[in-house]
Write a protein that binds this ligand. Structure first.
Ligand SMILES: Cc1cc2nc3c(=O)[nH]c(=O)nc-3n(C[C@H](O)[C@H](O)[C@H](O)COP(=O)(O)OP(=O)(O)OC[C@H]3O[C@@H](n4cnc5c(N)ncnc54)[C@H](O)[C@@H]3O)c2cc1C
Length: 389
């Protein structure tokens, strides 16, 4: 029996694999997603869970990324209200914080401008009389608090929902199926994969490598050999503290190095993150270190000193995929890189933002369309409603 054939085969059921599956199925192509574990068991369950433009990226001049993410944020508020909700963000400014009130006001004005006439562009300076209502926020040395809007989601639930949408549009998904080899020939890609003890071959016209931190491992099993982009894997840890937070998300500066750390309400508890630490080794083995846990706990206690012996109920770590460079990863571009090999038949997604998954998938589709047969589109992804799958 000849192997099954798909127009588009996607490796990885994280948010990028899900987004490309949805976009390709919506464009009318036959689609298969292969995932070695379950849906959203990699990075896409270990993010900060923010659907945001990324206020801090303004400092590094990443205006087009911020604009794109803000546009996608608006779409998600509209198309996925069960999954993505607007949340007030608070930026406290103390005598010791590096950024001064005028800088924050300038940044928020630009952020509002890039949001355009869409909703949730407003920001304000919180009146001093309202400070006591801010969850016990430290007020010693507090000079100003700014409030603006961004979004929060359950990253794994969002990914599951996009996968469900792709399936409704006709995509197939096979979980617990690992891709072990990819061979290119005149007819396209021949993919060898294993599920348990079963080994199978599948053919596809185009292969999308959406394997997150494993992308270069996947490229290493392509023949003829495919070029790879040199990357740094940068670990980001979060801790979950067993107490509630009611007013919104606090955007703080870590006391030791001034990095942005978010203190967020999360399923009745508090999520604090994140860190940045170069990682080498097997991405399957990424774990929070004790130093990272302490760094986040100290940051939380600095801003909420009244918290009595906070209990950490959970911690988790994920890996960012950033273009290799010297220097501090905090200032590195967060743009997604689409990297073609074998005349575009193998397209790898490096890096990216949860927020911009749909925009990334749209760009992937534009790249691969010339290689694919004519099909009749079934839907537009900017008009698809997502519900909690
Ligand atoms: C700490 C941290 C915080 C972040 N916070 C935010 C945020 O708040 N907002 C935001 O917009 N973005 C955020 N991001 C970015 C965002 O989370 C990631 O860009 C996104 O989740 C990456 O998704 P992905 O699908 O590329 O990778 P993943 O979710 O890692 O998915 C890759 C999948 O490929 C599978 N796979 C790997 N190899 C194989 C194989 N050989 N065969 C089959 N399957 C395979 C894996 O099992 C995995 O499920 C954050 C990232 C990190 C690390």
């Amino acid at each position: 029996m000849s192997p099954a054939h798909y127009d588009v085969l996607i490796i990885g059921a994280g948010i990028h694999g899900a987004g490309v599956a949805q976009a390709a199925a919506a464009a009318g192509y036959s689609v298969l997603v292969l995932e070695k574990n379950g849906i959203a068991e990699g990075t896409s369950a270990r993010s900060s869970k923010l659907i945001h433009g990324g206020l801090r990226y303004l400092e590094t001049g990443q205006l087009s990324l911020v604009r794109e993410c803000l546009r996608e944020r608006s779409l998600l508020f509209h198309n996925a209200p069960q999954l993505v909700r607007p949340v007030p963000f608070y930026i406290p400014i103390y005598r010791h914080t590096r950024r001064r009130p005028w800088q924050i006001r300038l940044g928020l004005s630009l952020y509002a401008l890039l949001t355009g006439l869409r909703s949730h562009a407003r920001f304000q300076r919180v009146a001093r009389t309202q400070w006591p209502s801010l969850d016990g926020l430290q007020t010693d040395g507090l000079q100003a608090v700014f409030q603006y809007w961004d979004g929060q989601t359950d990253d794994a639930a969002l990914t599951r929902s996009v996968i469900a949408s792709a399936q409704q549009l006709g995509a197939s998904v096979q979980l617990h199926t690992e891709v072990n080899a990819v061979a290119l020939d005149n007819e396209g890609c021949r993919i060898t994969c294993t599920s348990g003890s079963e080994v199978r071959e599948i053919r596809a016209t185009v292969l999308i490598n959406a394997a997150g931190p494993w992308v270069n491992q996947v490229l290493a099993c392509v023949t003829p050999a495919a070029p790879t982009l040199a990357v740094d894997l940068v670990q980001g840890t979060h801790i979950v503290i067993d107490s509630p937070l009611t007013q919104g998300i606090y955007y703080t500066e870590a006391p030791t190095d001034g990095r942005a750390v978010f203190i967020m309400p999360w399923k009745g508890k508090i999520l604090v993150g994140t860190t940045e630490r170069r990682f080498s080794g097997n991405p399957d083995q990424v774990r929070p270190s004790e130093a990272e846990v302490q760094y986040l706990l100290q940051c939380y206690l600095r801003y909420f000193p009244a918290a009595q012996a906070p209990r950490i109920s959970e911690s988790f770590a994920g890996l960012r995929v950033l273009p290799k460079a010297d220097g501090n990863p905090f200032h590195r571009s967060r743009d997604t890189v689409l990297y073609p090999a074998h005349a575009g038949r193998v397209l790898t997604i490096y890096g990216g933002k949860l927020t911009a998954y749909r925009a990334t998938a749209t760009k992937v589709l534009q790249r691969i369309k010339p290689l694919l047969p004519q099909r009749t589109a079934r839907a537009r992804t900017d008009e698809i409603t997502l519900s909690n799958a």
